[in-house]
Design a protein around this ligand. Structure first.
Ligand SMILES: O=C(O)CCC(=O)C(=O)O
Ligand SMILES: [Fe+2]
Length: 298
């Protein structure tokens, strides 16, 4: 009895995170799920066994041939190939001419991508993403006069013992990387961007994707080394306190594909623990201005 009186009542202050889980062979039931993410009715979908074991091994071995100098470091223990944002510094105001040149470079690299890595991940993933979005067409984003292309997908390599993605969300990125997103917003509705990635190499532990039950529109300000969010009224949410902020934590298996609301949903990837690095391959997509197709970049 005493124990009962003094047990602190758990006071969860945020909503649950809703991620639907389905096997890749049973996707037909989910043809509205992309719209449901955009409408913020659900947060994401986890598709088990999207790639076969063989495809995973082929990608892993393809990536092991990428030379150190081809990787770009974005943070401690975090490397990408090819470069994100099609190779430019997304904070930098650059001329249309220079941007167009980077898209031409991206196209050169992109043309070789499937051949180099032995699996046509792009065709496979666009087929599935289209089937989750009422069969909308999925397009690459081209440069002027259809020349050049935004790199649609990147490998993300998080080094064993170090790599992580700190807490972020797409809308916060759109403010931080305004020059890049201003250009993109002429082509598509960037606000409700969706993130997707397949796990190619799963670490021994850590490297979990953590989705918090808080949208950017509910709490915009991130402080305290990315561990606290503050809403417009000044209310603080401690992201490290699971009693206060509900979260969905997952370390997908190799070959699993996950998609979720990158735009609104605050999320992070925890530090990789152990000797095995984490390798994922993915990108972002969002609706075209006329809502007829989806556009991809990374
Ligand atoms: O694990 C990854 O590849 C990226 C995680 C992430 O922040 C995202 O997909 O938006
Ligand atoms: Fe993200």
């Amino acid at each position: 009895m005493l124990k009962k009186i003094f047990t602190k009542k758990k006071n969860k202050t945020t909503r649950e995170v809703i991620v639907l889980e389905v096997d890749a062979s049973k996707l037909s039931s989910l043809k509205h799920s992309l719209d449901a993410i955009i409408k913020r009715e659900i947060d994401g979908v986890l598709i088990r066994n999207f790639l076969s074991k063989d495809e995973v091994e082929i990608l892993k071995s393809g990536f092991s041939d990428v030379k150190q100098e081809e990787l770009t470091q974005y943070d401690e223990g975090m490397f990408l190939y090819p470069k994100a944002f099609s190779g430019i510094d997304p904070r930098e105001q650059i001329s249309d001419k220079k941007f167009q040149e980077t898209l031409v470079d991206s196209e050169e690299r992109w043309k070789l991508f499937s051949r180099r890595f032995g699996v046509d991940f792009h065709s496979k993933v666009t087929r599935v993403l289209s089937s989750l979005s009422r069969r909308r067409r999925i397009d690459l984003i081209k440069g002027d006069e259809e020349i050049g292309v935004y790199t649609p997908q990147t490998f993300r390599y998080l080094e064993a013992g170090k790599g992580q993605f700190k807490t972020h969300c797409g809308v916060a990125f759109q403010q931080e990387f305004k020059p890049f997103y201003d250009r993109l917003s002429k082509i598509c509705t960037i606000r409700d961007q969706i993130s997707y990635f397949v796990t190619v190499q799963k670490p021994q532990s850590g490297g979990e994707l953590i989705l918090y039950g808080l949208d950017w529109s509910e709490a915009e300000r991130l402080v305290n080394e990315n561990s606290v969010l503050i809403d417009k009224k000044g209310k603080e949410y401690n992201l490290l306190d699971e009693d206060q902020v509900k979260c969905y934590k997952v370390a997908p298996n190799q070959g699993d594909l996950i998609l979720f609301s990158e735009g609104e949903l605050w999320h992070r990837v925890s530090a990789v623990v152990g000797d095995v690095s984490r390798l994922t391959l993915g990108g972002f997509m969002t609706r075209s201005k006329d809502d007829k197709s989806l556009k991809m970049w990374s």
